[in-house]
Design a protein around this ligand. Structure first.
Ligand code: ARG
Length: 593
């Protein structure tokens, strides 16, 4: 999109250096801090290729660009700084964007390619805790960002519906003689199961016989025992119903819900193949792949495939699932959005896939992320308030649903105070968009491998690096559009060349940069690149609209209809781009707030 502005300059440089414009376009970037220019072209690479000192090349190019009148160019050391006339920027970009401003956040970079994205993937019979926001919303925004960049995306929820936890649950259930009626009578069925799990785990810790009983049930479940299967299905149904409520609140959905259990009968062939290729060995009765023995010295311990009692393990299921997904989708990339704590697991089985010679082995990516810390204002007696790992309110685990609901309650109060004329269903819809959006944005705005701090008061601020700040920018632009329609109902499309102000140019350039930022977000699997770009765009919009408060002639809704109509086009484009950016991150852009 930016090339609509830079094409003439790039063509000139390309002529002089005999390098393709596309290659030069990749070098163009923001100017150094404190430099008042639209873009900077670093001359290091092309100067090296030509065998001249970079500052000399920068000076030569500056002269040529100025002479051709394509931009205002200055050489600053090895950099060629470029300033484009605002009218020229507007004339180049407005026609392309006014028909569909969401084009600012579209790319064909991924056309023809498929990405599987495994995200959220919670364990059933447990609640979605607050920390699940990370995988769920990083994965959700990656799915949308990839989609916007032209990829075909398969959204996969690899439910943790298998494993020793179920043996333990069934063991506890039968030992306590619980019934379906009791489970159904519980106010919250997941809490009921969760408490059962905690009791069963504690009991098993104290009594090895119970631990053994849990193991036995686990095995029975794997062997297809009818009673075990029946109970398992009950646990799974109860959990899914609860998860789907939270996903609905977040606006998240999936194309596939094939969980770990689905791969139960698809692991034997993988194990047989590993054995056939002599990749396995036996370690204290368990079947393992000794990765170090196969030349991968970085692995200190062998990777577990099968327990001594025959029960299969997490890594084996992931391998079977990767095969299955490749068979079905022939993915070009397969992402696993899972916390950094599981890095070793992914390194291990990715390595095993490579040892097996899987064609997709280099297409697997672990998208790791840091932990989330929540401000704990009621840590319990004798403790100081502070940052805590998902625990707050007297040591109780914060559930994701509870955090979202509290966000909505707080947002409702803020909206009621700021804008009392918004009432009823509309107030409710805005409270949801803003309350949930605040929590979500706080999570996706940070580089994903960083730990995230969450505090309601901060996340909900209307002025700051928050979701509500960007949502407010969107609503403010919508309100200008509504007023314009009242004021100038007959207005015709404005002339872009009347957008001659620097603050207008800054908004347009921020929009034109989004496409490159979207592509970079895909390459780095980093939604925060889009989030930060939107903060920048909302900032540019705010600077522009605030100028109108001081200079009446700078106002969008100024007295001169020609200027008003031209500016309205920019308002519409900015609103469309911000709205689309918010949607890509999983937020809803409100029209009023
Ligand atoms: N259920 C796992 C957990 O909660 C996460 C699964 C991640 N996805 C995967 N393919 N391993 O820890």
């Amino acid at each position: 999109m930016l090339d609509l502005v830079t094409a003439p300059v790039l063509a000139l440089i390309s002529d002089r250096l005999a390098l393709p414009p596309a290659e030069l376009a990749r070098l163009l970037g923001p100017p150094a801090k404190g430099v008042l220019a639209d873009l900077a072209f670093p001359c290091f690479q092309p100067a090296k290729a030509k065998g001249v000192p970079p500052p000399k090349l920068a000076a030569e190019l500056a002269e040529a660009v100025n002479q051709a009148g394509l931009a205002q160019a200055t050489a600053a050391g090895p950099f060629l700084n470029l300033v484009f006339p605002a009218e020229q920027v507007a004339a180049a970009l407005i026609p392309a964007l006014s028909a569909d401003p969401t084009l600012a956040l579209r790319s064909r970079a991924g056309a023809g390619k498929t990405a599987c994205i495994d995200f959220s993937s919670p364990n059933i019979a447990k609640h979605l805790a607050f920390h699940h926001i990370r995988s769920t919303m990083i994965g959700n925004s990656l799915a949308r960002i990839y989609g916007a960049a032209g990829w075909k995306v398969v959204r996969i929820n690899f439910l943790g519906d298998w494993g020793t936890a179920f043996g333990r649950l069934i063991s506890g259930w039968t030992r306590e003689g619980l019934t379906l009626t009791q489970l159904e009578a519980a106010t919250d069925r997941v809490t009921f199961l969760n408490e059962l799990y905690v009791r069963a785990s504690q009991a098993a810790k104290a009594d090895p016989a119970l631990e053994e009983d849990a193991r036995r049930w686990s095995k029975k479940l794997e062997d297809g025992d009818a009673e075990a299967r029946h109970l398992w299905q009950i646990f799974k149904d109860a959990s899914l119903a609860e998860f789907k409520r939270v996903y609905a609140l977040l606006g998240v959905d999936f194309d596939s819900w094939k969980g770990e259990a689905h791969y139960e009968d698809k692991m034997a062939p993988v194990l047989a193949e590993l054995e056939g290729k002599s990749l396995t060995s036996i370690d204290q009765g368990a079947t393992v792949v000794d990765l170090a023995a196969h030349g991968l010295k970085q692995f200190k311990k062998p990777m577990l495939l099968k327990r001594a009692d025959g029960g299969t393990l997490y890594a084996t299921r992931d391998l079977a699932a990767a095969d299955d997904r490749f068979r079905e989708f022939t993915y070009d990339r397969s992402l696993y959005v899972v916390d950094l704590g599981q890095s070793l697991h992914f390194q291990e089985w990715f390595a095993a896939a490579k040892l097996l010679g899987r064609p997709y082995a280099d297409r697997l990516r672990h998208i790791g992320f840091g932990i989330v810390l929540m401000w704990n204002d009621e840590p319990g007696e004798g403790l100081e308030p502070g940052w805590a790992r998902g625990r707050t309110r007297g040591g109780k685990i914060m559930l994701l649903r509870e955090v979202l609901e509290e966000g909505v309650d707080r947002a409702r109060a803020i909206v009621a105070e700021k804008n009392p004329e918004i009432v009823g269903d509309e107030r409710e819809a805005i409270a949801r968009a803003v309350g949930v959006g605040a929590v979500v944005f706080n999570d996706v705005k940070n580089a994903r491998t960083n730990d995230v701090k969450f505090k309601f008061e901060e996340a909900l601020r209307f002025d700051g690096e928050t979701g509500p700040y960007i949502q407010f920018s969107h609503a403010r632009l919508c309100s200008i559009e509504r007023k314009f329609a009242d004021l100038y109902p007959q207005a015709e499309a404005g002339d872009p060349r009347l957008l001659a102000r620097d603050d207008e140019k800054a908004v347009l350039l921020a929009i034109a940069r989004l496409q490159g930022q979207l592509e970079r977000a895909v390459e780095a699997d980093e939604p925060s690149i889009v989030a930060q770009a939107l903060l920048g765009l909302a900032g540019a919009v705010s600077t522009w609209l605030t100028a109108g408060g001081r200079e009446p002639t700078a106002r969008v809704l100024c007295d001169d209809i020609r200027f008003a109509a031209a500016r309205l086009q920019l308002v519409r484009i900015a609103r469309g781009a911000i709205g689309e950016g918010l949607r890509l991150l999983g937020l809803i852009p409100p029209e009023r707030m």
